[in-house]
Write a protein that binds this ligand. Structure first.
Ligand SMILES: C[S@@+](CC[C@H](N)C(=O)[O-])C[C@H]1O[C@@H](n2cnc3c(N)ncnc32)[C@H](O)[C@@H]1O
Length: 289
């Protein structure tokens, strides 16, 4: 198996006959930072945590075809197997059977002896499966998990994070779709009271009241969502994050804000590792690919 140091990932691959969904160029920045953080996290924790589980929610197929170049690359779900200090357990959730099947085939053909659970389900319905797939742990054989949450939209149910993060020692790297989905569709989310997408994401069914009382405007939107999400995380015992600690990803060549990557840990070490990962990631590849 080819090990790939730091935030790297395999690219320029030939087709392998398995499902290979398209991705946009800006996703390469996300993959780079994810891989860099996973590498730093795994290296920093391997001596104190005998069991380290990686959980990929909305995992994808492990490979993707970059638009418009057509280049085939390995995505996050495969990259975690190529770390110099690999995780001891791997759990992937995706509701698309084609993704789960292709990912399984790719992991098998990579060789090696990996502890892998593939769960084909909606993320919202997968918490019990994830808990069952995690290894048994004790004060002697402790378990630390890193959960990467990578949805297409802001339709992320905070209850998933709540159920996993309150019961287990788990750090979260989360893609918050605050640019594309929320900004684009905000008028609808604000005016249609039956729409609960933002309420579910920030764990606050009364967010419209606060929005109105504070006289907020659309330009306040991204900070508002980040702050409300942050509050929800701190209620679970996670360290608060400053807005500048979230990592913006923009459209290639245009500078239009798309989404934020945010890192949450209950341990102050998490912030240090996140800041090291951001610093180590080449801004050329990170923001503007
Ligand atoms: C942004 S892509 C994932 C990209 C991948 N993590 C990577 O590193 O390139 C989102 C994935 O979420 C899956 N998906 C969408 N809605 C889902 C849901 N409700 N539950 C589980 N998977 C879902 C899609 O099939 C798709 O593979």
């Amino acid at each position: 198996m080819t090990a790939v140091p730091g935030g790297g990932f395999l690219r320029g691959l030939d087709g392998d006959g398995h499902f290979t969904p398209p991705i946009k160029r800006h996703s390469l920045g996300k993959i780079t930072l994810h891989n860099q953080y996973a590498a730093i996290f795994s290296r920093a924790t391997k001596n104190s945590w005998p069991q380290r589980a990686y959980i990929g929610l909305y995992s994808g197929a492990g490979r993707a075809r970059v638009e418009p170049s057509g280049e085939i690359i390995e995505t996050t779900a495969m990259s975690v197997f190529r770390l110099s200090d690999p995780f001891t357990h791997h759990i992937f959730v995706d509701n698309d059977a084609r993704c789960i099947e292709a990912l399984g085939e790719r992991i098998r053909s990579m060789g090696g002896d990996h502890d892998v659970s593939l769960i084909q389900k909606d993320v919202e319905d997968s918490v019990q499966d994830i808990k069952r797939a995690l290894p048994a742990y004790s004060s002697r054989n402790r378990l630390l998990s890193l959960c990467f949450i990578d949805p297409f939209s802001a339709a992320l149910d905070f209850q998933v994070i709540k159920q996993l993060g309150s019961a287990l020692r788990m750090d979260f790297l989360i893609l918050l779709m605050s640019g594309v989905d929320i900004r684009k569709n905000f008028r609808r989310y604000l005016e249609d009271e039956s729409d609960n997408r933002i309420a579910r994401l920030i764990d606050d069914p009364l967010w419209r009241k606060e929005w109105a009382e504070r006289g907020l405007r659309k330009t306040d939107l991204i900070r508002f969502v980040l702050r409300k999400f942050d509050t929800a995380m701190t209620h679970l015992g996670y360290q608060a994050q400053l807005p500048e600690e979230s990592h913006p990803v923009r459209v290639y060549g245009k500078g239009v804000f798309l989404y934020s990557l945010v890192l949450y840990s209950k341990d102050p070490l998490g912030k240090k590792l996140w800041s090291a990962a951001r610093a180590a990631t080449d801004p050329q590849t990170n923001l503007r690919i």
